[in-house]
Structure formats: structure tokens, C-alpha cells
Design a protein around this ligand. Structure first.
Ligand code: MRU
Length: 367
């Protein structure tokens, strides 16, 4: 998407690869909205750290980062022995998939890269195939988001107020975003609407990232405290909810997404407000059979006990907010049952969550 910094506008992808330097290029998301900076990770361990520390975050973006990280690790291997190469690639795969557990995109992305590599007969061939497959994953991610935009824009009418949670925007993908794709497509069609961004404590991705994206694209919006959505719904101020997903179960239609999504889905059902989830195909998990088995990331308590911001000198700073002797729990995601979801906006069209399995071939599941 286009980014305007100091009056200069340029297109950027959230994740890219510098083949000459064997480095992954990432937008440093922890600095936004205060500073726009691209950082390079020079080896697969640094790439895994960037995922774990949330330099890059969002399901599709960490999927593409893991795919590039696997190619990066494979390309760094010196030698010709295939057996040693396989063991090395396995270690790289494990390091990257351990970085964050809830989103399934990194696993799906790296499985695609590994499958493509297997068609090569030498180490050099497999290294080249790895990078080509990672590039293909990144391009497909952007294509899927554009298709989600086309389908989802049909849900948006002039004058609507739309709620979104966390950041399922282009910063959470390679480009365009999932939940934001219908917004950008509707804007391109000349529709007028307003967006409410849930602040999304504890890391505030709604207040920092989604709000920054919408401001960049000149979409009318307000940030609201996480607790304000019920009040706005009760007063008829929200017409539609669109959120993203970190893992959607192909067998049940349950959706794991940023903590607080479930609460919003319950509220939307109570107020009969349509609740949609936008998902590219790499977010579907065809294996896990029930939402309770989705691994939910527990992050450090400091995220809940305080907040990051920028001080008057422009430096990023953490301040403790909570009582100094209290501890905190910090589950990063929750699971929304399929009966609370009006529809899933996929690249193949809008589908009822309970019908995902029926459409599995069309949605890319191969035997
Ligand atoms: O912890 P994050 O920021 O990586 O969480 C991801 C999210 O922003 C979302 O929950 C989002 O809706 C899904 S990612 C497309």
C-alpha cells in the first residue's frame, strides 16, 4: 500500500526479501505510528526473533516472514550433502514455527515451501526452489487479500459505521489486509462510511496500526476504548463488524483471533449486527477438530501491567500503569464459535462458517 512520510508517497509491502543480502525486510511495526522504518533480519534466528518480539505481526505477515525465513535459512547452508541439508532445514522450520503458536499461517506457508523444495534434486536446486516458493506465498497472500476486498465490499453501503478489532490490515499481511480489504475496495468504489477501531489492549494494535493505516488511506475513523463497543451497538451506532483471524478451523468454522474478538461477537449477536471474519486460505487449519485444541499464546504480563508510548523527546517508552504489587494474565487470542459468525469473507466468496468443510476443495484442501 502507499505510505506517505514527510510529504513523500511510496508503495511498500509489509514483508519483502533481499536476495543479494539473503535478508528479510520488515516494517518495524513496534515503532508505528510514530516512526516508519524498514529493518533487515540477516539470518533465520533473527527472523524468528522478529516474529516473537512482534517487529512483524499479524497472521499473513508472519506467514510470509516464516516462508522467507525458511528460504533464508536454507540458502545459508553451505555444502552438498542432502541428508545434512534436510536436518538443517528441519531445525530452521522448528525455530520459526516456535516463534508464535496461535496463527496457522507460518506453518501453512512453510509447509508449502518445504513441499516445493522436495521437487529439487540437489541442495542448490532446493535452495532456489525455497526462495521461489516463499515469493509465491507472499504474492498469493496479496492476491487473496485483493479477492477478499472484492467480495467484502458488497457488504458495505453508503453511510455505514463499521467496527473492526486489532489490526487485520495490510500491516498484518503482505499487502492490502483481510478485514481492511473490503474497506479499501469500497473506498475505491466511491462509498462513504466510517470505521470504529477497537483500541485492542494490551498491545493497542487498533489504536496504533489500524488507525495509522486508515489515516494513511484517508478513511474516516475513530479509535474507541475496547469497552465502548457494547454502548455504541446499543445506541445503533454500529452497522457491521469485520475482523480478521489467526486460525480458522476448516472442520467447525471456529475462529481464533485477537483477544476480545469473542466478546465483540457475543455483543454483535445480542444486537443483531452482522459479524464477518475475513480470511485468506492460509489462515484455514483443516486438521484441528475443535476450538479448545487451538494453542493460545500467553504473552508476558508486562503488556497488561503497563503501556508503550512515545515521550516528548520522541523516544519509545514503557510506563507502568497497574498497581506495583499485582500480577496479570495475558492470553493473546480467543476463539469465537461459528454460530456467532454471520459469514467468512474468503478469496472464493462469502461462506457460512459451518459450510467451510463442504467447500474444502474450492478452498484449497488437497489430499
Ligand atoms: O498479536 P498479533 O498482532 O499478531 O495479532 C494478530 C491480529 O492482529 C489479529 O488478531 C488479526 O485480526 C488477525 S491477523 C490477520
Amino acid at each position: 500500500m502507499n505510505v506517505t512520510v514527510s510529504g513523500r508517497t511510496e508503495p511498500f509491502r509489509t514483508v519483502a526479501f533481499d536476495a543479494g543480502k539473503n535478508s528479510v525486510l520488515l516494517i518495524e511495526q513496534r515503532l508505528l505510528p510514530h516512526e516508519f522504518k524498514i529493518v533487515a533480519t540477516k539470518n533465520f534466528r533473527a527472523t524468528a526473533r522478529a516474529i516473537a518480539d512482534m517487529v512483524v505481526r499479524g497472521a499473513g505477515a508472519i506467514g510470509a516472514t516464516a516462508a522467507y525465513g525458511l528460504a533464508q535459512g536454507a540458502r545459508a547452508f553451505r555444502g552438498r550433502d542432502l541428508k545434512t541439508f534436510f536436518a538443517h532445514v528441519e531445525f530452521v522450520y522448528q525455530t520459526l514455527s516456535d516463534a508464535r503458536p496461535t496463527a496457522v499461517d507460518p506453518v501453512n506457508a512453510m509447509s508449502a515451501v518445504r513441499a516445493a523444495m522436495r521437487t529439487g534434486e540437489t541442495v542448490a536446486e532446493q535452495q532456489a526452489l525455497a526462495l521461489a516458493a516463499a515469493e509465491e506465498f507472499a504474492n498469493e497472500d496479496a492476491r487473496h487479500c485483493a479477492e477478499i476486498g472484492e467480495h467484502g465490499a458488497k457488504l458495505i453501503r453508503n453511510g455505514m459505521n463499521i467496527l473492526t478489532h486489532c489490526n487485520a490490515g495490510w500491516l498484518a499481511f503482505v499487502d492490502i489486509g483481510s478485514a481492511t480489504a473490503p474497506l479499501y475496495a469500497a473506498q475505491a468504489q466511491g462509498k462513504q462510511f466510517h470505521v470504529f477501531c477497537d483500541e485492542t489492549r494490551p498491545r493497542s494494535q487498533g489504536a496504533t496500526l489500524t488507525a495509522w493505516e486508515l489515516a494513511q488511506q484517508k478513511i474516516s475513523h475513530h479509535i474507541i476504548a475496547d469497552n465502548a463497543a457494547g454502548h455504541l451497538m446499543q445506541h445503533g451506532e454500529i452497522d457491521l463488524v469485520i475482523v480478521g483471524s489467526d486460525r480458522t478451523l476448516g472442520r467447525t468454522g471456529e475462529v481464533a483471533n485477537k483477544i476480545g474478538t469473542y466478546t465483540k461477537a457475543v455483543l454483535a449477536a445480542r444486537h443483531k449486527i452482522p459479524f464477518y471474519v475475513a480470511i485468506p486460505l492460509s489462515t484455514i487449519d483443516w486438521k484441528i477438530k475443535r476450538g479448545f485444541d487451538i494453542p493460545i499464546e500467553e504473552r508476558h504480563e508486562s503488556e497488561v501491567l503497563g503501556a508503550w508510548g512515545v515521550n516528548p523527546r520522541g523516544q519509545r517508552e514503557y510506563v507502568r500503569v497497574a498497581n506495583s504489587t499485582s500480577g496479570a494474565r495475558n492470553p493473546g487470542f480467543d476463539v469465537t464459535p461459528s454460530d456467532l459468525i454471520t459469514g467468512l469473507i474468503t478469496p472464493a466468496g462469502i461462506i457460512k462458517p459451518a459450510e467451510l468443510w463442504k467447500h474444502r476443495r474450492q478452498l484449497g484442501l488437497r489430499d
